[in-house]
Every structure is written in structure tokens, then in C-alpha cells.
Write a protein that binds this ligand. Structure first.
Ligand code: IMP
Ligand code: MG
Length: 186
């Protein structure tokens, strides 16, 4: 049994991901100038694969930094509690900041992160997310760059995990239900 056997279906194949990421890179190149030198804030851990591919499509001068927030434990529903586990190295006051996220689900994580970063007085604050699951939104959060809209299904791969596994898959897939189903009690 390999990791691949746990996948029910492929939602976004590797070539579609890569094509869209190249387009988003162009949109970002057209949004900022070299003088802006935006700071890309990668929200760990899920966005690390996306950031790595996205940054190589950027031709404008930019920097990267990392932030880690608390995420789901081994379940597939959000607790609603967001904590900063790792904060930025950089001072962002007066900087153009672009948050890079893997997926916006309830919107709670992004809402917390944007409110937190705004208090540090960046020159501008935009959001780029690879995936958007709008049907699950609890808090409205403005998104500037969106890769793909996904249906209300738990997806893994390309940085997204279930219980910390499957991040290495080069595509976005849906897990077989029995992998994440809660064990029935009694
Ligand atoms: P939110 O705070 O509910 O918007 O969720 C944001 C975080 O939850 C994302 O950055 C992911 O880490 C995680 N997440 C939400 N939906 C999924 C999913 O379908 N697969 C894997 N992780 C998810
Ligand atoms: Mg995440």
C-alpha cells in the first residue's frame, strides 16, 4: 500500500496546477514593481510547495518570509482557535506584503493573520491563495489572487496534509473517505 492508494480521485492534476501558478506569477509581476519589493509571507506548513513554485515565476524583486499558525490536528474540521507558532523574521512596517496561503476554508486563519499583520502597518497587504473553498466560509476575507475554487471536499497534496501526511503529492486529490472518517464509538 502506498500513499497514492489512499487517494480517491485527482481534483487538480499536476499540469493544471503548474499552468495556473505560472499565470498567477504573471499577475503578481504586473501588480508590483521592483521598487515595491514585496515581502511574500508563506503561511506554513501548507503553503511551502506553492510558494516554492510561485516564487520561481516572479521576475520582480521580492523577498520571502515565513509564519506558522496552528492548524487542524488529525481531524478535518477547524477548531476556530488560531495561534501563531512561528512569527515573521522581518519588520513589515511600510512594506508591501503578500500573504501566500494554501487554502481558505472557514477563513478564520486568514482573518486572524490579516488582522494581526495590519496592526504592524504594512504599506499594502494582499492575499494569494492556491485554493478557495467558498462554500465553507464563516468569516469573509478579501482574496486578491486565487488559483482554483474547490468544492466542499477535504483535499490533500501539493503542500496540503491530512495528519501531516500527503504534502508531497504533486497534484491536489481527495482522500478516500475511510481514511479520515472518525472512528465510531459504542
Ligand atoms: P480555515 O482557517 O478554516 O480557513 O482553514 C485554513 C487552514 O486549514 C488551511 O491553511 C489548511 O491548513 C487547513 N485546511 C482547510 N481545508 C483543508 C483541506 O481540504 N485539506 C487540507 N487542509 C485544509
Ligand atoms: Mg495552511
Amino acid at each position: 500500500m502506498s500513499l497514492w492508494d489512499d487517494i480517491d480521485k485527482t481534483l487538480i492534476p499536476e499540469d493544471e496546477l503548474q499552468q495556473r501558478i505560472a499565470q498567477i506569477g504573471q499577475e503578481i509581476n504586473e501588480t508590483y514593481t521592483d521598487e515595491d519589493c514585496p515581502l511574500l509571507v508563506c503561511v506554513l506548513k501548507g503553503a511551502f510547495v506553492f510558494l516554492a513554485d510561485l516564487t520561481r515565476h516572479l521576475t520582480i524583486r521580492h523577498e520571502v518570509d515565513f509564519m506558522e499558525t496552528s492548524s487542524y490536528a488529525s481531524r478535518t474540521v477547524s477548531s476556530g482557535v488560531v495561534r501563531i507558532l512561528l512569527d515573521l523574521e522581518r519588520n513589515i512596517q511600510g512594506r508591501h506584503v503578500l500573504i501566500v496561503e494554501d487554502i481558505v476554508d472557514s477563513g478564520r486563519t486568514l482573518d486572524y493573520v490579516t488582522r494581526n499583520l495590519k496592526t504592524r502597518e504594512p504599506a499594502s497587504l494582499r492575499v494569494c491563495t492556491l485554493l478557495d473553498k467558498p462554500s465553507r466560509r464563516v468569516i469573509e476575507v478579501p482574496l486578491d489572487f486565487i488559483g482554483f475554487e474547490v468544492p466542499d471536499e477535504f483535499v490533500v497534496g501539493y503542500g496540503l496534509d491530512f495528519a501531516e501526511v500527503y504534502r508531497n503529492l504533486p497534484f491536489i486529490g481527495v482522500l478516500r473517505e475511510e481514511i479520515y472518517a472518525e472512528p465510531r464509538r459504542g
